[in-house]
Design a binder for this molecule. Structure first.
Ligand SMILES: *Cc1c(COP(=O)(O)O)cnc(C)c1O
Length: 381
């Protein structure tokens, strides 16, 4: 399959991901942990991970052991951190595959150690510190004791310590300064106690761009690596590029008289002679059944008037030249027009993170460079 014959597809520009990682490296001057959870924010786990490692990312981070294992099955040997919960019974598999887990409280750490007893390789863990997110982790004041416990528990090896900011995408939010200060105090304490793990980290995209003091040994780059901004308050600096476009095709045109209902429950009625187009992407692909959806066709922004699982409906009045087979853009550019994940997020009242992560696994992710194009409306060469 290539983009000449898919019904709907994502074009992923690997060069953009490479470029964005290099920009982050220039800006932060630290090691980079490429965050590829959620199917690499919908961009495609394996290909993005390969690209990130080839671009120099020292680590990969994600949320599910299954994702980490898929990377190992695909021959990716870079260090991988699973940042969230993993069932303790799976610790030995993780250890065998060289996958680092997160230890986030004494009981859970003890369980990991119990399961690992008698295993050949130790399980590598990063210790999670709760400086204010109030999700996972021990309080900073408990950090030294926790690190000491991890050090003494059999079959565990502590290779890192990290925290996560709750409000970093709200510029100069006082919570970020408070969290950072608590973490810095802890880092000093564990250094003094001779318990400092090799890798200390705290920053996701917004923090690494806007909180210079929070970079420590490595930064966890998610949304910025994909060329998307953490929030409107924390935009990306110059030189980043979005990696993802989402496309489909116009697959049918219906010429309808006035007064015809269109689509499920006839939510739309023609008011005159109208040309109603069908394009080949729906909520099974990541469109949501909500008002405000737009697409690009013939270089124009058109309102979606009907949403089904595998296809959607549009009125073609503004694009008289539209023909079956034409390319429809759901995210990306077409001529002068564009639709960004931020535009869609505004319509859906969510964030760009959720828009791209919601792109269904069934949609083929195609490398933009190796694809051949068959539409006159596209700006890619
Ligand atoms: C998702 C996540 C990140 C990456 O966040 P971005 O804002 O996408 O850069 C970093 N750290 C943790 C713990 C996360 O859950």
């Amino acid at each position: 399959m290539d983009i000449t014959n898919a019904a709907t597809w994502l074009e992923i520009k690997r060069a953009a991901i490479t470029n964005n990682i290099q920009r982050l490296r220039q800006i932060t001057a630290t090691q980079i942990m490429a965050v590829v959870k959620g199917n690499a924010y919908g961009h495609g786990l394996v290909e993005v991970s390969r690209t990130a490692v080839a671009a120099g990312a020292e680590w990969l981070a994600l949320a599910r052991l299954e994702e980490a294992q898929l990377l190992r099955e695909n021959g990716i040997t870079a260090p991988i951190l699973v940042m969230t919960y993993t069932h303790p019974s799976r610790a030995p598999e993780a250890a065998r595959q060289g996958i680092t887990l997160t230890a986030y409280n004494p009981q859970q750490a003890q369980q990991l150690s119990d399961v690992m007893r008698g295993s050949q390789q130790p399980l590598m863990v990063h210790a999670k510190i709760n400086t204010g997110m109030n999700r996972l982790g021990v309080l900073p004041e408990e950090g030294p004791d926790f690190l000491h416990l991890l050090k003494t528990l059999p079959a565990l090896q502590v290779t890192g310590m990290f925290t996560h900011f709750a409000c970093a995408d709200e510029l100069k939010h006082p919570t970020t300064a408070r969290q950072l200060s608590r973490f810095q105090t802890l880092v000093q304490a564990v250094e003094k106690a001779g318990l400092r793990p090799p890798l200390i980290h705290a920053s996701s995209s917004a923090a690494m761009l806007y909180e210079n003091e929070a970079r420590f040994d490595i930064v966890r780059a998610g949304i910025a690596m994909y060329g998307l901004q953490p929030s409107s308050e924390t935009p990306l600096p110059q030189g980043f590029e979005p990696a993802l476009s989402w496309k489909a095709r116009l697959v049918a045109i219906n010429h309808l008289p006035p007064g015809e209902g269109v689509g499920y429950n006839h939510r739309y009625f023609t008011t005159k002679n109208e040309r109603i187009g069908v394009f080949s992407a729906g909520y099974g692909d990541g469109v949501r059944r909500r008002p405000g959806n737009m697409i690009l066709l013939g270089g124009k922004r058109l309102k979606v008037i009907g949403i089904c699982m595998d296809q959607c409906l549009i009125n073609l009045d503004e694009v008289p030249a539209a023909q079956v087979g034409d390319e429809v853009v759901l995210i990306g550019r077409q001529g002068e027009a564009s639709i960004t994940p931020e535009d869609i997020a505004a319509a859906w009242q969510t964030t760009n993170y959720e828009v791209v992560t919601g792109l269904a696994a069934r949609v083929p992710r195609l490398d933009r460079k190796s694809t051949r194009l068959n539409s006159s409306h596209t700006d890619i060469s």
